[in-house]
Design a binder for this molecule. Sequence first.
Ligand SMILES: NC(=O)C1=CN([C@@H]2O[C@H](COP(=O)(O)OP(=O)(O)OC[C@H]3O[C@@H](n4cnc5c(N)ncnc54)[C@H](OP(=O)(O)O)[C@@H]3O)[C@@H](O)[C@H]2O)C=CC1
Ligand SMILES: Nc1nc(=O)c2c([nH]1)NC[C@@H]1CN(c3ccc(C(=O)N[C@@H](CCC(=O)O)C(=O)O)cc3)C=[N+]21
Ligand SMILES: [Mg+2]
Length: 299
Amino acid sequence: MTQAKLIDGNAFSAGLRDEITARVHEIRDGHRITPGLAVVLVGEDPASQVYVRNKNKRAAECGMTSFEHILPADTPERHLLTLIEGLNDDPMVHGILVQLPLPRHIDSQKVIEAIRPDKDVDGFHPWNVGKLAAGGVGLIPCTPLGSMMMLRDHLGSLAGMKAIVVGRSNIVGKPMAHLLIRENCTVTVAHSQTRDLPGEVRAADIVIAAVGKPEMIKGDWIKPGATVIDVGINRVAAEGGKTRLVGDVDFAGAVQVAGAITPVPGGVGPMTIACLLRNTLTAAARLHRLDIPEAHPWN
Ligand SMILES: NC(=O)C1=CN([C@@H]2O[C@H](COP(=O)(O)OP(=O)(O)OC[C@H]3O[C@@H](n4cnc5c(N)ncnc54)[C@H](OP(=O)(O)O)[C@@H]3O)[C@@H](O)[C@H]2O)C=CC1
Ligand SMILES: Nc1nc(=O)c2c([nH]1)NC[C@@H]1CN(c3ccc(C(=O)N[C@@H](CCC(=O)O)C(=O)O)cc3)C=[N+]21
Ligand SMILES: [Mg+2]
């Protein structure tokens, strides 16, 4: 049995970040504009702090400015909304990301809707959700966008292929399904009440796993030769009291059957961050009405 080709998200995202860096330098030299990203984290969750630091580090590497706002877990909703209003009006800020999930006393949907749609680099505001669903131009959620870039790079045209998205969250599953529809796939969206999930997955040429259950999707569910995008990020116990990251797909099983597969780590995760920077560049260019060529014109 031949092994699946590994789709290398580290290498792909590094190339994408190089393209972004070149464009950032162009608009800095040509227009004296530096794209700025504001990242807001409420609470002291150490894992989220690592993500926020990573986003800021990558932004700086691409020549962008980043603004980090770390607020205590008991921050009142009103304070967060006031901070967002300030960022909406700040001309140095072109992209705003509020790290999810938020503490329970804060209404996430209210917070998402407070962000100016043209600075909403997560693509979670109803305006951007609507643009994606209706086929217009907005900002596309980073994880689905990065996943689609890897699919298009590996497969070329997706027209007529059967795709399954396992998971229907607003941040991954639903926007991924819309992108696949736009690329002319025949799309199934599965969730916790789907009957015969293994059977549904077996019919698919493209499998997007976004469930949040470690290694749930087994190798013998995968159609031979299928392309597998594993969005899952699960920290599980490992030997010696340590932990390790695994995806939502049983990688060892799936790699024997699939045509191509993304690893965890080193797959979708790094692409998500690169797409966040790309959306920040896109937002800055649109806010200043600059005519910059898109890195991937199909987006
Ligand atoms: N790589 C990256 O950049 C990112 C990775 N992630 C990771 O992706 C995964 C999904 O994240 P997210 O979408 O936020 O998760 P959510 O918990 O919001 O959604 C999970 C989805 O999976 C479905 N589901 C749960 N259990 C099953 C099951 N047994 N069978 C079928 N479907 C099931 C749920 O169904 P129902 O709707 O019926 O409850 C739900 O639709 C997580 O591992 C997360 O860490 C997330 C964001 C970015
Ligand atoms: N408003 C908002 N937008 C998000 O996009 C968002 C969010 N909230 N909340 C949390 C999830 C999760 N997420 C990840 C981003 C990068 C990696 C990533 O870089 N992963 C590395 C490994 C990182 C590690 O080693 O821990 C990899 O897969 O190779 C993972 C997960 C974005 N999210
Ligand atoms: Mg969620």
